[in-house]
Design a protein around this ligand. Structure first.
Ligand code: PLP
Length: 402
């Protein structure tokens, strides 16, 4: 994140000021009960977050990364499997795949939404995989490994186009795990079902992160898995707690991946405000769209698909002269971020997969130009005005009016 100063990229302090007395009493409650691990605080938050996501169940865990890993394992992904995702994501998506013992492989994102392109997925499944007639399993032709799951990432707060992804998953018997780590409360209009569906309720299971800067953020690390599948959630609860279903009776080896009770209390205080905060972000996004419309030909503004209600975790423009623009904005006190400068297939840990520049051109183009402007629920219209004026001034220097 670049440091501007006057206009922060996110403003958690403003959020905490709004809820200070409730957050302090939540902390006091935890000190008084001394229930720091598990207990009613965790269960209460799980119940209400499941309800918020329109799912039957939720299991709180220690981070979004653990949520992804546990969801994959609990859904039945086995060591040696291939799991498909997109290169334009935070590395946690692929780390979780590797940590579950599987191998990550990629399909590119769409040029406007920056989420998984269902046509690319179709092409991958058709051309790179074959059905093993004996086992009925989908096998990657070159690697000889079973392809068992797909993780669409709801990037920047917008859901992936889930209808065709679910249809392909049904056809090829793939497990769908949503990476909803940036999409708390985002919605998707399913043409197939003719109804809006909440992020986190669409796949077999979903992973959420409550990293502090998320739309719903803890005051530390936290995450959750949501699902309508009770057996899957039971498995996640065991995985997060050393594989035990009863204290000191271990059915398997698990992890130390529980949701801290103090964080659950804080999240529970914030949850009732989430819908309002998301709405404020949507309003801020449309204000940016309007303010920046004069330069919409030169920079690419975010595109919201008709089937999506984005919660604008990030407001990302594509700026061809990104580095100069960052410096220019920083001089005006505007902090910005880059999400993400290098797509995952070109990151050092994945060199062994053998991908090179040019393999996923859309993700690579977005990574080379993406610039996140200040975006949070407490962003003021006056602050947006300053961001826009500074950006327009930069563009007029670049493109003198004829
Ligand atoms: C798309 C995506 N996936 C996974 C994660 C991992 O979440 P956490 O940082 O809570 O482990 C994040 C968080 O930044 C994310 O943005």
């Amino acid at each position: 994140m670049t440091q501007g100063g006057n206009i922060p990229f996110v403003d958690l302090v403003a959020q905490h000021r709004e809820l200070e007395s409730e957050l302090v009493s939540a902390f006091r409650k935890a000190l008084q009960s001394a229930a720091f691990v598990g207990g009613p605080a965790v269960e209460g938050f799980e119940r209400d977050f499941a309800q918020f996501c329109d799912t039957k169940f939720c299991a709180g865990v220690s981070s979004g990364t653990d949520a992804l890993r546990f969801a994959l394992m609990a859904a039945g992904v086995q060591p040696g499997d291939i799991v498909l995702t997109v290169p334009l994501t935070f590395i946690a998506t692929t780390e979780a795949i590797t940590q579950a013992g599987a191998r990550a492989d990629f399909v590119d994102v769409g040029p406007r939404t920056y989420t998984m392109d269902p046509e690319k997925l179709r092409e991958y499944l058709k051309t790179q995989c074959a059905l093993d007639r004996q086992t009925g399993r989908l096998i990657h032709r070159k690697h000889g490994k079973p392809v068992t799951a797909v993780i669409p990432v709801h990037l920047y707060g917008q859901t992936a186009d889930m209808d065709p992804i679910l249809e392909l998953a049904g056809e090829y018997k793939l497990i769908v795990i949503e990476d909803a780590c940036q999409a708390h409360g985002a919605e998707y209009f399913s043409r197939k079902e003719n109804r809006w569906r909440k992020a986190g309720s669409i796949g077999r299971a979903a992973a959420f992160s409550f990293y502090p800067g998320k739309n719903l953020g803890a005051c530390g690390e936290a995450g959750a898995v949501t699902s309508n599948d009770e057996a899957l959630i039971r498995q996640v609860r065991m995985l997060r707690d050393h594989g035990q279903s009863k204290r000191y009776y271990h059915d398997m080896e698990g992890y130390n991946g529980r949701l801290d009770a103090i964080q659950a209390e804080f999240l529970h205080v914030k949850l009732p405000h989430l819908a309002k905060w998301n709405e404020r972000r949507r309003e801020a996004a449309s204000r940016y769209n309007e303010l920046l419309s004069p330069v919409a030909d030169a920079i690419t503004l975010p595109f919201e698909a008709g089937s999506a209600k984005s919660i604008y975790h990030l407001y990302v423009i594509l700026a061809p002269e990104r580095e100069k623009l960052i410096q220019h904005l920083a001089k005006a006190g505007v902090s910005t971020g880059i999400h993400y400068p290098i797509p995952v297939h070109l990151q050092a840990p994945y060199r062994a997969l053998g991908y090179k520049e040019g393999d996923f051109p859309v993700s690579e183009r977005v990574a080379s130009q993406a610039l996140s402007l200040p975006m949070h629920a407490h962003l003021l219209p006056e602050q947006q005005q300053i961001v826009a004026e500074s950006l327009l001034a930069f563009m007029s220097l670049k493109m003198p009016m004829a």
